[in-house]
Design a protein around this ligand. Structure first.
Ligand SMILES: [Cu+2]
Length: 130
C-alpha cells in the first residue's frame, strides 16, 4: 500500500502541532482520523498559504508531488515534503525540476496544492525507477 499521501499529511500535521504549541491560541485544525486520499471536497473553513518551491518528484498514481518548499509563513518552515495536488490538469503540467508558485489549501482533515504556476521549467523527467 502506498502511504505517501498519509506521510505527507502526518508531516504537515506535526508541523501544525508544533505551531500550536508555540502559539497556544488555535484549536486543533488537522486532528487525527484523517481520511487519507479523500481530500477532493474543499471545506469552507480552509486556509490558504502561498507556496514557492521546486518539484523534486512526482507520483502520478496518487497525484502527489514531492516539493522542496521555502518557508510558508504561518504554516511551516522550509523543507521537502509531499503535497497532494488538487487538480489532475495541474499535476500533469508539472515536471521534475520545475520551480513553482502555488497555493496550499489547508483543510480540517488535510491539505492540497492548487493554483500552480510554473515559474521555471526543469529538465525532462528522469527515467522511471525500478
Ligand atoms: Cu513542509
Amino acid at each position: 500500500m502506498n502511504t505517501s499521501v498519509s506521510r505527507g499529511f502526518v508531516h504537515g500535521a506535526q508541523a501544525l502541532l508544533t505551531g500550536l504549541v508555540l502559539t497556544a491560541s488555535l484549536g486543533s485544525q488537522m486532528g487525527c482520523g484523517a481520511d487519507r486520499g479523500k481530500q477532493t471536497t474543499p471545506a469552507r473553513a480552509e486556509k490558504r498559504y502561498p507556496v514557492r518551491g521546486e518539484v523534486l518528484g512526482l507520483d502520478p498514481q496518487n497525484r502527489v508531488a514531492t516539493i522542496k518548499h521555502e518557508e510558508i509563513p504561518g504554516w511551516m518552515e522550509a523543507m521537502t515534503m509531499d503535497f497532494p495536488i488538487r487538480d489532475a490538469a495541474e499535476f500533469n503540467k508539472l515536471s521534475v525540476g520545475d520551480r513553482i508558485e502555488a497555493t496550499v489549501f489547508v483543510e480540517e482533515v488535510g491539505f492540497a496544492l492548487g493554483e500552480i504556476r510554473v515559474v521555471g521549467k526543469g529538465g525532462p523527467a528522469p527515467a522511471a525507477k525500478d
